[in-house]
Design a protein around this ligand. Structure first.
Ligand code: AMP
Length: 280
């Protein structure tokens, strides 16, 4: 497995792979890798001849009061895990290389970012789409794999690619969960023992809402009321948002359509903000 640390070297290598007619799949990550990330690598390996994994804690997608500084970083362990997973190239750029002096170009997807995390984390998706487009230009992928755990991110990237004619096929990968249902996340490392137990409330509430919606006709408001009640049973959990939207374009819905309606949650468990979602 090759380790590449500069954008220039990475772009050169990607261009060589293209000349050799190798297909490339990119898996963008912020590191602190877990089985969720590694499932994307597995999917990428089935999709393309060469798999590039980027590890970059992107400063521009964090708000001024968010956890950029304390975000977990473990480069050595990540490289070992990627070596085992069969990735071909790890791209580990520095922030000054991605955002050189006088950087002034931003990508802003206006509609899919209005609700959910876009509403509670102003500027977050502008940082995400800008860095992802840069990573696409640097690594020249044919495919890029994104987890459905960050559902709004996946839809927003798909929209950007469509709007800007970016020649990359975006592939969504299913959410990988702990045995009790908690979606794997690098931020789960922030949870203490008690919080970790309580954190499973997010997924159990989503699963039980899905079951309920299959038994009983619910409107979006009733579904969200049910979810709020289930999640805030414990005082350590504070809801940031719950919403019911069309899973294709993240627009509001007036009825729940099985297989189409997305329910998304963000909640603080103690001081840790977790997200999860389900398609009913
Ligand atoms: P991150 O390092 O958190 O930016 O995530 C990098 C990629 O891994 C994103 O496409 C995420 O959606 C995906 N990912 C993170 N957690 C999971 C999970 N539990 N299951 C599937 N994909 C995930």
């Amino acid at each position: 497995m090759k380790i590449i640390r500069t954008a220039k070297q990475m772009q050169k290598l990607a261009c060589e792979l293209k000349k050799q007619r190798k297909t490339i799949a990119l898996v963008p990550t912020m590191g602190c890798l877990h089985k969720g990330h590694l499932s994307l690598v597995t999917k990428a390996k089935k999709t393309a001849a060469k798999v590039i994994v980027s590890i970059f804690v992107n400063p521009t997608q964090f708000g001024p009061k968010e956890d950029f500084k304390k975000y977990p970083r473990q480069e050595k362990l990540d490289v070992q895990a990627l070596e085992k997973s069969g990735a071909d190239i790890v791209f580990l750029p520095k922030a000054a290389d991605i955002y050189p002096n006088n950087f002034q170009t931003w990508i802003d997807v206006t509609e899919t970012t209005k609700k959910l995390c876009g509403a509670s984390r102003p500027g977050h998706f502008r940082g995400v789409t800008t860095v992802v487009l840069k990573l696409f230009n640097i690594t020249q992928p044919d495919f890029a794999i994104f987890g459905k755990k960050d559902y709004q991110q996946l839809i927003t990237i798909k929209q950007m690619v469509r709007d800007l004619n970016v020649p990359v096929k975006i592939i969504g990968a299913k959410i990988v969960r702990e045995s009790d249902g908690l979606a794997l996340s690098s931020r789960n490392t922030y949870l203490n023992g008690e919080e970790r137990i309580i954190a499973r409330r997010l997924s159990t509430a989503l699963f039980s809402l899905k079951k309920l919606s299959q038994r009983k006709k619910l409107n979006p408001k009733a579904a969200l009321d049910y979810l709020k009640k289930e999640i805030t049973h414990d005082k350590l959990v504070k809801i940031d948002y719950v919403d019911c939207l069309d899973s294709l374009d993240l627009m509001p819905v007036s009825t729940i359509v099985q297989g189409k309606t997305l329910v998304a949650i963000a909640a603080f468990v103690g001081r840790t903000r977790l997200i999860d979602n389900i398609i009913l």
